[in-house]
Design a protein around this ligand. Structure first.
Ligand SMILES: [Fe+2]
Length: 232
């Protein structure tokens, strides 16, 4: 019976949770449009086309693929790593920002930031410093070291690697690829990093922090969508 039906599952680009201009003046509308509709969309497209000939991977989420690269055929492993990573990271990144953001974390995350970094200001400086020091394209993360209630730490990853690949649980993430800021900030990545605090979604960061003892895969799946959908 199964052979009579062809089914193809495709990863989907999540909608941006606000309009393109919502994060102005910190991130301009054109950057947001290109970043979401072109860059993120192309990662999803590339991921789908890489998987086309591998039906055994069609039911897997992008995060599962990233965390199980050894089970992905060698022929497409690098493409899957780059594009599933691009897809997962950008999906988190859109949610990490919000217009009219609050200025500071509240509750348990606020306490943890003070315990682990001394103050919110020190944390912000260290996060900016990590972003400035990262050579080339990559991501800056605030994460819980491992997924066992460990301390908060700042990490960077190159390309589109996701921190969950190293077993850490991301709480907050910023994209420091040039495509994230170049139109408005040109070479001034440090200004981008400094201005970014005005649009950080602390509520989402707090929510992630409170789930940080969950398995990353379960958290990703509980967030809904993003499981490949059958298209025919
Ligand atoms: Fe990006």
């Amino acid at each position: 019976m199964g052979n009579l039906v062809t089914s193809q599952s495709r990863h989907m680009l999540p909608a941006l949770p606000y309009h393109y201009a919502a994060l102005e003046p910190y991130i301009d509308a054109q950057t947001m449009m290109l970043h979401h509709d072109k860059h993120h969309a192309s990662y999803v497209e590339n991921l789908n086309s890489a998987l086309e000939k591998f039906p055994e991977l069609h039911g897997r989420t992008a995060l599962w693929l990233l965390l199980n690269l050894s089970k992905v055929p060698l022929k497409i492993r690098t493409v899957v790593r780059n594009n599933a990573g691009g897809h997962v990271n950008h999906s988190m990144f859109w949610l990490a920002m919000i217009p009219e953001a609050g200025s500071a974390p509240l509750g348990p995350l606020a306490e943890a930031v003070i315990n682990d970094f001394g103050s919110l200001e020190r944390f912000k400086l260290k996060f900016e410093e990590a972003g400035n020091k990262l050579f080339g394209s990559g991501w800056v993360w605030l994460a819980r070291a491992q997924q066992d209630g460990g301390r908060l730490q700042i990490y960077t990853t190159s390309g589109h690697d996701n921190l969950m690949m190293k077993g850490h649980f991301p709480v907050l993430v910023n994209d420091v690829w040039e495509h994230a800021y170049y139109l408005k900030y040109q070479n001034r990545r440090s200004d981008y990093l400094k201005n970014w605090w005005a649009i950080v979604n602390w509520k989402e960061a707090a929510r992630r922090f409170e789930r940080s003892d969950h398995s990353a895969v379960r958290d990703w799946e509980d967030d809904g969508g993003l499981v490949p959908r059958a298209t025919r």
